[in-house]
Design a protein around this ligand. Structure first.
Ligand code: F6P
Length: 543
């Protein structure tokens, strides 16, 4: 690992103050003017990482802010924290767990260890078992209860047991797959009904994916799938139609999964798509495609470990966001993937970033005392342009944007309009249009002076709205793996700098407990006396 720490690093407090001052100063300059003022700007703020190209030159940081941001990364110990993560130490302090998803994508022969226990042999064995099972299913050697080959997989899971595999399938699926993969997450039975429409029990495999195997939605949907299979299949061999993927094999077995593929507690739910959680994708895409996906992520892991901080893609993405959120107090970020296959990326990032870093206490339980994770939202391009981009261009709140652009999508030769729109949006956000320009354009277009006076303000764009652009050479398994690993490590770096534990999610627990209590009230036919008046009234109306 290379270290580029200067001889004397500032303390975190000094570094935060310096970054805030530098960022607020830089924000006084026109963003476009920074290119002329800083001849090295494009070189300094564009970089390659595992086949991806990142352009952070349209972010509002000048070279002083950039330097102050790097100082903050050093002062908060990003390099040492990175070593602890890859070293399998208990970085998830509140749960006493290692966080070792990179071990899932390390090539055969790696020697990863979680809390000192070697894990690579087990990871490789699971990978081999999944590949053998996928080959058997895809070749028709492994059949359903009536001897017919499987033609469809229904992947049942929610949160981290859904979003990653769903994204991978959308991005990489053939148009007419040999094995179709459908996803069911919502406890609303409508989603299961839609997924099962057109499928036959004899040729359908249900995969129940749950790290804990206690999740209400997943168990309810698993029950529905089991009942649907039971209604259409003989009892003998029916167990071949339900496979479990879990870190709790005992519970999965007790529920009734015949075959189970496992992963360990050092794999966080939202970091689990590299594991057996993606079994449905492995069946649908083939193990070779999934292996290429893992290699792309591994290449990004190497980049994260080896590149100096100033050229390190996850570190720079994290720092750009920290400047925007903390120093400039912009509380949101929009992500616009200009590829239909990446349409679920914003939802995936919402869980990855907001469940990881949507926290307000430090690792030792004190208030963080500053903003942490912004609201992350987005839509695929160009769709979002025809909806909320109005606000991004002209609303009073600055919303930094992230454009994901794919040089070659599956459907050539249709990329150019996607490129043109993505680049144009980023450019428009940066350069804007002054009122004088808008006025002159109106006059040139034949408007009267009075009309130009009336409309110019409406047609003015403030500009100086920052964005990052990430280019993928093509929507390949390798590029997708690298992209998702990039975001994982970016999220980790932010957590280190904010001094929060990115790997627990206590904030989702309270609602689960209260929902169980309300379900008891539903069974009892009336709200209990413990409910507040508003909740009691709403429940009464629903009963
Ligand atoms: O409720 C949040 C959560 O715990 C996520 O962190 C997780 O990805 C999801 O639920 C699903 O959990 P499981 O895989 O245990 O069913």
């Amino acid at each position: 690992m290379l270290s580029d720490a200067p001889p004397s690093s500032p303390t975190p407090d000094t570094a935060w103050t310096a970054l805030g001052n530098a960022a607020r100063d830089a924000a006084k300059a026109r963003l476009a003017a920074l290119f002329a003022a800083e001849p090295d700007r494009l070189d300094r703020l564009t970089l390659e990482a595992a086949g991806l190209h990142l352009d952070l030159s349209k972010q509002g940081w000048d070279s002083a802010t950039f330097g102050a941001a790097l100082d903050l990364a050093r002062a908060t110990g990003v390099e040492a924290a990175r070593a602890r993560l890859f070293g399998g130490e208990a970085v998830n302090l509140t749960e006493g767990r290692a966080v070792l998803h990179p071990a899932l994508r390390a090539s055969d022969g790696a020697a990863c260890a979680a809390l000192g226990e070697p894990v690579s042999a087990e990871v490789e064995a699971t990978r081999r078992a999944m590949a053998a099972y996928a080959d058997a299913v895809r070749s028709g050697r492994e059949t359903g209860a009536t001897g017919r080959p499987f033609r469809a997989v229904v992947h049942i899971g929610i949160g981290g047991s859904d979003l990653g595999p769903r994204l991978v399938w959308d991005a990489l699926r053939p148009l007419d797959p040999q094995i179709d993969v459908r996803f069911v997450a919502n406890i609303d039975p409508r989603e299961m009904a839609e997924a099962l429409t057109g499928l036959e029990p004899e040729t359908t495999l249900a995969i129940v994916v749950s790290k804990t195997f206690t999740t209400q939605e997943t168990l309810a949907n698993a029950d529905l799938a089991r009942a649907w299979l039971a209604a259409g299949l003989p009892e003998a061999g029916r167990e071949r139609h339900i496979v479990g993927v879990t870190a709790a094999p005992g519970r999965a077995g007790a529920w009734g999964c015949g075959r189970t593929f496992g992963f360990r507690d050092w794999v966080g739910g939202r970091y689990s798509l590299w594991s057996a959680v993606s079994l449905g994708c492995i069946l649908g895409l083939g193990p070779e495609v999934f292996e290429r996906f893992l290699r792309g992520a591994e290449a990004l892991d190497r980049h994260f470990l080896e590149a100096p901080l100033a050229r390190n893609a996850p570190v720079l993405l994290a720092l750009a966001q920290i400047v925007n959120v903390d120093a400039l107090e912009w509380p949101a970020r929009t992500v616009a993937p200009y590829a239909h296959g990446l349409r679920r990326l914003p939802a995936f990032l919402q869980q990855l970033e907001m469940e990881s870093n949507g926290k307000r206490v430090t690792r030792d339980g004190r208030p963080v005392g500053r903003q942490t994770c912004p609201v992350v939202f987005g839509e695929p391009g160009t769709n979002g342009q025809h909806a909320f981009f109005q606000q991004i261009h002209q609303g009073p709140m600055v919303v930094p944007a992230e454009f994901i652009v794919v040089r070659r999508t599956h459907e050539t030769p249709t990329e150019a309009p996607l490129w043109a729109n993505a680049l144009a949006q980023a450019q428009a956000l940066m350069i804007g249009k002054s009122e004088a320009e808008a006025h002159a354009e109106l006059l040139a277009g034949g408007a009267s002076a009075a009309e130009a006076d009336r409309l110019a303000a409406h047609k003015t764009f403030p500009g100086d709205r920052p964005s990052t652009t990430i280019l993928l050479p093509a929507l390949t398994p390798e590029a997708l793996g690298a992209l998702l690993a990039l975001y994982e490590h970016k999220t980790f770096v932010e957590g280190v700098i904010w001094d929060i534990n990115s790997f627990d999610q206590w904030g989702v627990e309270l609602g689960k407990v209260l929902a169980k209590a309300i379900l008891k009230d539903v069974d009892a036919g009336a709200p209990s006396g413990t409910l507040d008046p508003s909740t009691a009234d709403l429940l009464t109306r629903l009963l």
